[in-house]
Design a protein around this ligand. Structure first.
Ligand code: 5GP
Ligand code: ZN
Length: 114
């Protein structure tokens, strides 16, 4: 396993506020929330980014989106609206190179994003 912050959170070595977990993924609260609801859905498998997804990951990628939508419902933002975001590489501002789906909601958001 590479020395990876999110792998360490998934392994329980670093604490995080867990919102959901199953065999494929773990969802946590973002430590520095950018919206009233800001969660991260992490695949248990270490995958660096969306660019590293291959055909073996198709079901997993769909699962991460479904978990994000489910968390939106559970947090009461499904009707008002939310974003599911995969920041990928430098221009998108990716800082942790373990794939993570952001769930953001609970306030109106601008488009295009900054
Ligand atoms: P990125 O910029 O790579 O798309 O997103 C990384 C996210 O991870 C950021 O929103 C950041 O606030 C969050 N984050 C960084 N370190 C930690 C941590 O130790 N715990 C939690 N829960 N979130 C973290
Ligand atoms: Zn990792």
């Amino acid at each position: 396993m590479p020395d990876c912050l999110f792998c360490r959170i998934i392994a329980g070595e670093i604490p995080a506020a867990k919102l959901f977990e199953d065999e494929e993924c773990v969802a946590i609260r973002d430590v520095n929330p950018m919206a009233p609801t800001h969660a991260l859905v992490l695949p248990r498998e270490h995958i660096e980014s969306a660019s590293a997804l291959d055909e073996r990951h198709e079901a997993l990628a769909g699962h991460l989106v479904r978990v994000g939508a489910r968390l939106a419902r559970e947090n009461g933002i499904a009707e008002s609206g939310y974003r599911l975001v995969l920041n990928t590489n430098a221009d998108a501002g990716q800082t942790v190179f373990h794939l993570h789906l952001h769930l953001l909601g609970g306030r109106p958001m601008e488009w295009p994003p900054g």
